[in-house]
Write a protein that binds this ligand. Structure first.
Ligand code: ADP
Length: 601
């Protein structure tokens, strides 16, 4: 780094920025400084005229005022001409020479009107010079050479004139002027350094911010790529897992010895654990990538709690525990929110409570904490009488992959992602989540979410958030004509075995083109449609079927069966015209239940 004419030469950008800043600052105060200069010049000329009666002082004043007007004109030129990098140096140089001329004009006044026989006049001149030079300091210090060429002529000439005057009082004045010059020049240097350092820091800060922005964009891109990779992998893993789980189901339905049944049960449990791990990873990556779509539809929070309690009824009882449900009846009815996400959080919390409790009770509570114009603040809590959590481990609980329990059995039952997912979802829903726990006494997980009252006209639901409203499960399977469209033979086989066992007549299609053609030829009671298939995918095939149906006024229920468990998939299926949505690996009971719901017989 080289210092040259007060500029810092480090890199081209820095020089340009510094020079531009210096020019801005030295030109910036032109109006004020030149008005002050005209006023002080007029005062100087009047007082000198009063003491010396010299008429030529008015000529000096005209030159001085012309100088100030000239500098104002220069400033206006500077401002009206776009100051680019190549001209900035020139503008700074023009200013440098203009300032030097001003300094010389002031210096000439101090010499011409110096009165050797009158120290009072000389003292007055000294005061005027001191005022003018000190006033110029803040304005000119950003460009140190300009300050020097302005101050030096005045101070030097005046000091020398005093020294040659040959009287003691003038020697004193000369000494004071030199002292003053030293102090002023070192102050200007100091001020100049601080300013240049500040500019440099500013440049560094700007480039740091720029770098951070670039790095953030790169990190976001990498994170999105990771999420897309996970989504794709999840699809790829789910497809064979569907085969594994489906075949286990088929195997369980065949005659087996007790030992074989035990093996099959173990395979089934492991496959389910793998499936839940994949689902958790997928959920977590969606939350991290901010790809979670939140629906805002009317729902009853107490009904969601009841559903979750019913879901765990069997597991709780089989473990010898009891599950108590407390619902604050103060606010019954519907509220606007995302029932599915709240259900998912509750399932996670109740699941953990069951997992970490060996005896006692689990309580699922829904309370109303407060109400304001934005809605009702609901407080959901899941308390257990289980192992509890050590105080020092509590801050880690909601971090990803944090498993606090020492028990290998418990560790094997989870992924350490459940609570991180809960926290992510609660945050997305605008709520708060926390835990209170006592080791060996139990834990109480809670979350609070504010939900607006359900005034149908105010519902702001994105177009894609259409809810599938299935009819009640009433149909019978025996004799139903079902089309199974799937490109994977194993999947088709599992479906055919299971449906035929229930008495259905089953046809199969290997891609969307075949599915659409077959759907038009036969009057199917239900179509099970895989989404990703070669030649024509399930979405396109559904659109085609719906278009062709327009002429015949028919509507065959189409149930999507997809390994794409990513957020937004359900909405995509509905937009294509499907009626229901199940993710692979499917539970055959769920598939049968869905068929029962949608079959019209
Ligand atoms: P996991 O799927 O492993 O259970 P979670 O994120 O759901 O992951 O939980 C993280 C850890 O928090 C668990 O491994 C366990 O140690 C602890 N934990 C969660 N819920 C409870 C609970 N109700 N009682 C005691 N410990 C719990």
């Amino acid at each position: 780094m080289v210092q040259n004419r007060g500029f810092i030469e480090d890199s081209t950008t820095k020089i340009d920025f510094m020079t531009r800043k210096q020019a801005e600052l030295v030109y910036g105060g032109t109006y004020l400084s030149q008005m002050a200069s005209i006023i002080i010049g007029t005062l100087f000329a009047s007082v000198i005229f009063f003491w010396t009666s010299r008429n030529d002082v008015w000529i000096w004043l005209v030159i001085q005022i012309s100088m100030s007007v000239g500098r104002i004109i220069l400033f206006r030129f500077y401002r009206s001409h776009a100051c680019n990098d190549t001209t900035t140096y020139n503008w700074l140089n023009f200013h440098f020479f203009a300032v030097m001329l001003s300094g010389i004009v002031w210096a000439s006044g101090s010499i011409i009107y110096f009165k050797q026989d009158d120290p009072v006049v000389c003292f007055f001149i000294a005061m005027i010079i001191a005022g003018v030079v000190s006033g110029a300091l803040p304005n000119l210090a950003p460009h140190f050479p300009s300050f020097c060429v302005f101050a030096a002529p005045m101070l030097l000439v005046f000091a020398v004139r005093n020294l040659v005057a040959g009287k003691v009082e003038f020697y004193v004045l000369a000494a004071l002027t030199i002292l003053f010059a030293g102090v002023l020049i070192s102050s200007a240097r100091f001020f100049n350094r601080i300013l240049l350092d500040t500019f440099r820091l500013n440049i560094e800060k700007d480039s740091l911010v720029e770098n951070l922005k670039l790095e953030r964009t790169a990190a976001e891109t990498a994170n999105n790529a990771k999420s897309d990779f996970l989504a794709a992998m999840s699809h790829e893993i789910r497809t064979p897992l569907n085969g594994v789980l489906g075949m286990i189901g088929v195997l369980e339905g065949t005659p087996l010895s007790d030992q074989q049944r035990g093996y099959v049960k173990t395979i089934h449990l492991s496959a389910n654990a793998l499936l839940s791990l994949i689902s958790n990873i997928l959920d977590f990556s969606s939350i991290e990538a901010k790809k979670v779509v939140v629906t805002r539809l009317p729902f009853d929070p107490s009904a969601v709690c009841r559903e979750v309690a019913e879901l765990f009824d069997f597991t709780v009882k089989s473990k010898g525990l009891s599950l108590l449900l407390h619902i604050d009846s103060k606010f019954a009815g519907n509220f606007i929110g995302d029932a599915n996400r709240i259900r998912q959080i509750l399932i996670n919390l109740v699941g953990n409570a069951v997992k970490f409790t060996e005896k006692g009770t689990i309580e699922l509570k829904l309370q109303v904490q407060d109400e304001n114009e934005d809605g009702v603040l609901f407080h959901f809590s899941v308390c257990d009488t289980g192992v509890g959590i050590p105080a020092d481990k509590m801050p880690l609980l909601f971090n990803k992959f944090s498993q606090i329990s020492e028990s290998l059995k418990h560790r094997a039952q989870g992924s350490g992602l459940g609570l991180a997912i809960c926290k992510g979802l609660v945050t997305i829903l605008g709520g708060e989540i926390g835990v209170d726990s006592n080791i060996s006494k139990g834990s109480c997980f809670w979350f609070k979410i504010r939900l607006a009252g359900s005034n149908q006209s105010e519902i702001t639901s994105p177009a894609t958030c259409v809810e599938m409203v299935p009819p009640v499960e009433s149909g019978i399977l025996d004799g139903l004509h079902v089309l199974v469209a799937d490109d994977v033979e194993l999947n088709r086989m599992i479906m055919v075995i299971n449906l035929e066992k229930e008495g259905c007549r089953v046809d199969v299609a290997e891609n969307g083109v075949e599915a659409a053609e077959m759907a038009m030829k036969s009057n199917y009671d239900i179509i099970l449609m895989d989404c990703i298939m070669p030649q024509m995918d399930g979405y396109e095939a559904t659109v085609k079927i719906r278009e062709l149906e327009l002429a015949s006024n028919r509507h065959v229920p189409i149930i999507a069966l997809t390994a794409n468990a990513i957020v937004g998939e359900r909405e995509k299926c509905i937009v294509a015209g499907m009626d229901d949505f199940l993710t692979k690996p499917f539970n055959i009971e769920e598939v049968l239940a869905a068929i029962r719901r949608w079959s019209k017989r």
